[in-house]
Design a protein around this ligand. Structure first.
Ligand code: ADP
Length: 485
C-alpha cells in the first residue's frame, strides 16, 4: 500500500517550508510505523527550532499577500482543496489506516468529515462581516472590521490525523491567516499529504507549512516568535497548559482543545436501543481514542441489568484486527504507552472493587491490540473515573437519582462532551443545561460536525472549532473611528 501511495504522490516524506519539500538541516530523520504491524512506513525529517523559524518566516512573508486576496479568491482555492481531498478520499483513508490504525471505513469517514471543515470554511470566508456602530457624536463614524490574526501555529494529535488539521487550517486560511502545522510525530504522513494537495489547489507557497520531529523544540520556537500571533492546539491537558503559559510572553491568542472525561448517562426512561447504539458509538469510536469518547457510563438502577446485558453482548461481537481487515471495527491502540495506561487504570479499578466482565487484557493478536472491555461496579473515586481512558474500555457506574447523576457527571475538572439518554423531554433539557460541558449529545453518541461548535469548558479547553464560532478564533476586531465631516 505504501508503495502505491508513494507512486500516486500522496505519500510525501519531507517537511514543507515555503512551498519547498525540505529535509532537516542536519539530515536527521525519524521513523513512522504502522501500529498494527510495527512495519516502518517512511523515514521523515526530524526537524526542530531552526526549521520552525524558517517556516515562521515563510508564513509571515506569505501572510502579507494571502490576507490581501479577496475573500472570494481564498474561498475558491479552499473549495479546490476540499475537492482534491475528496477526490483522493480512498488513498487518504488508506494512509490514515496505515499510520494510525483505525479501520479503513472509519478512516475514509474521517476524510469526508475532515474535508467538511475546509468546505465549510470556504463558504464562511465570504461571510466575515464587520459592523457599523451608531456614533455617540454627530461627526464621527465607527466601523468595525474583522482582520486575520496573523501567523498561526497549529499543533495537532494523532487520533484524527486529517480532521484535527483541517478544522484549524480551514478557518485560519479562510480568514486570511497563514499556518505552521506541527502534526503528531506518530501520524505526520496524512498532514503532509493534505499539505501537498493544498499546493495543487493553488494555495500559495508559504501559506501552509508543515514541520515535525522534536516536539518541544518546535513548540518553543512557535511560542518564542513574536511573529506567531496565535496558537491552536488539540492534545493532552498537560501540554495545553504548557502552551498557554508559554504564549503569555508574547501575548498570543490561544485556542485549546484538551482532554475530556465524558459521562454518558442512561436514565431508566431511555429507549434501550437508542441508548445502546449511542453509547457504543461514543465509547468505541477509534477504539476509544477520542477526547469525546464516553469515559464513564452512568446507568440508572432500574435499567442497569437490562442495559449491561445488551451492552455486553454487543461489545462481544466487535471484530478486532488490522484496520484493512474485512469487517474489523476495532483497530490497535496507537502505541505501547497507550496499552500500558489502559492496563494501569484497569488494575487500579479492580484493586478497588471493580469487576471485569468482558476483556480486560491484551488481545491475542499481539502488538498494541487490546480486547474490547466492559467493567462494572466502578466508583467515582477510581482512577478510571477521573482520568481519560483513551482505550476500548467501558466502565459502568450505577446511580439512583437524577441529582446524583448530575453531581457525578460534573465532579471532574474536564468539561468537553457529555451524553444523556432519556425519552422524557423535560428531563433532557433540565439535565443537559445542568451539565458543565461544552457539548451535550441528547439521545445521540456522535456530536461532531463542521457546522456546529466543538469545544470544552473548565480544563477541557478554550475556544471553539467548526461553525461560525470557529472563525472568530482567527480574527481580530479592528475599530476604525472616523472623523467624518
Ligand atoms: P497525546 O497524548 O494525544 O499524544 P500530546 O499533548 O502529547 O497528546 O500531543 C499532542 C501534540 O502535542 C502532538 O503533536 C505532540 O507532538 C505535541 N507536543 C507534545 N509536547 C509538546 C511540547 N512541549 N510543545 C509543543 N508540542 C508538543
Amino acid at each position: 500500500i505504501a508503495a502505491r501511495l508513494s507512486s500516486s504522490g500522496i505519500l510525501q516524506t519531507k517537511g514543507l517550508i515555503g512551498g519547498n519539500w525540505t529535509d532537516a538541516h542536519d539530515g536527521k530523520t525519524f521513523e513512522v510505523s504502522n501500529p498494527a504491524t510495527g512495519e516502518v512506513i517512511a523515514n521523515i525529517p526530524c526537524m526542530g527550532g531552526k526549521e520552525t523559524n524558517d517556516a515562521i518566516t515563510s508564513a509571515y512573508d506569505a501572510f502579507n499577500s494571502w490576507k490581501k486576496l479577496t475573500a472570494a479568491d481564498r474561498s475558491k482555492r479552499l473549495r479546490k482543496w476540499y475537492d482534491l481531498i475528496m477526490a483522493h478520499k480512498e488513498e487518504l483513508g488508506q494512509l490514515i489506516t496505515l499510520e494510525q490504525g483505525k479501520p479503513l471505513k472509519e478512516a475514509i469517514g474521517e476524510v469526508s468529515y475532515g474535508a467538511g471543515f475546509i468546505e465549510f470554511a470556504a463558504e464562511e470566508a465570504k461571510r466575515v462581516y464587520g459592523d457599523i456602530i451608531p456614533s455617540p457624536l454627530p461627526d464621527r463614524r465607527l466601523f468595525v472590521l474583522k482582520q486575520p490574526v496573523g501567523v498561526v501555529g497549529a499543533i495537532t494529535p494523532w487520533n484524527f490525523p486529517l480532521a484535527m488539521i483541517t478544522r484549524k487550517v480551514g478557518p485560519a486560511l479562510a480568514c486570511g491567516c497563514t499556518v505552521v502545522i506541527k502534526p503528531s510525530e506518530l501520524t505526520p504522513l496524512t498532514a503532509l499529504a493534505a499539505a501537498q494537495l493544498s499546493l495543487e489547489a493553488g494555495i500559495p507557497p508559504g501559506v501552509v507549512n508543515v514541520v515535525m520531529g522534536n516536539a518541544s523544540g518546535i513548540g518553543e520556537a512557535l511560542l518564542n516568535s513574536p511573529k506567531v500571533r496565535k496558537i491552536t492546539f488539540t492534545g493532552s491537558t498537560a501540554v495545553g497548559k504548557k502552551l498557554m503559559a508559554g504564549s503569555a510572553e508574547t501575548v498570543k491568542k490561544v485556542s485549546l482543545e484538551l482532554g475530556g472525561n465524558a459521562p454518558c448517562i442512561v436514565f431508566d426512561d431511555a429507549d434501550l436501543e437508542v441508548a445502546l447504539k449511542g453509547t457504543l458509538a461514543t465509547k468505541f469510536r477509534n477504539s476509544g481514542q477520542t477526547c469525546v469518547c464516553a469515559n464513564r457510563i452512568l446507568v440508572q438502577e432500574g435499567i442497569y441489568s437490562k442495559f449491561a446485558d445488551s451492552f455486553l453482548k454487543a461489545v462481544q461481537d466487535m471484530k478486532v484486527g488490522e484496520g484493512f481487515g474485512e469487517g474489523v471495527v476495532q483497530g490497535p491502540l496507537i502505541n505501547e504507552a497507550a496499552v500500558q495506561k489502559v492496563e494501569t487504570l484497569i488494575q487500579d479499578a479492580v484493586s478497588k472493587g471493580a469487576k471485569v466482565v468482558l476483556g480486560g487484557k491484551r488481545h491475542s493478536l499481539g502488538m498494541t491490540f487490546y480486547e474490547p472491555t466492559v467493567i462494572t461496579d466502578v466508583k467515582n473515586e477510581m482512577r478510571i473515573s477521573t482520568e481519560e481512558v483513551f482505550g476500548p474500555v467501558a466502565p459502568l457506574l450505577k446511580f439512583k437519582t437524577e441529582e446524583e447523576a448530575i453531581h457525578m457527571a460534573n465532579d471532574t475538572n474536564a468539561g468537553l462532551a457529555a451524553y444523556i439518554f432519556t425519552t422524557n423531554v423535560q428531563r433532557s433539557w433540565r439535565v443537559s443545561e445542568a451539565l458543565e460541558y461544552g457539548i451535550v449529545g441528547v439521545n445521540e453518541g456522535l456530536v461532531s460536525t463542521e457546522v456546529a461548535p466543538f469545544g470544552g469548558v473548565k480544563q477541557s479547553g478554550l475556544g471553539r472549532e467548526g461553525s461560525k464560532y470557529g472563525m472568530d478564533e482567527y480574527l481580530e476586531v479592528h475599530l476604525d473611528l472616523n472623523f467624518a465631516t
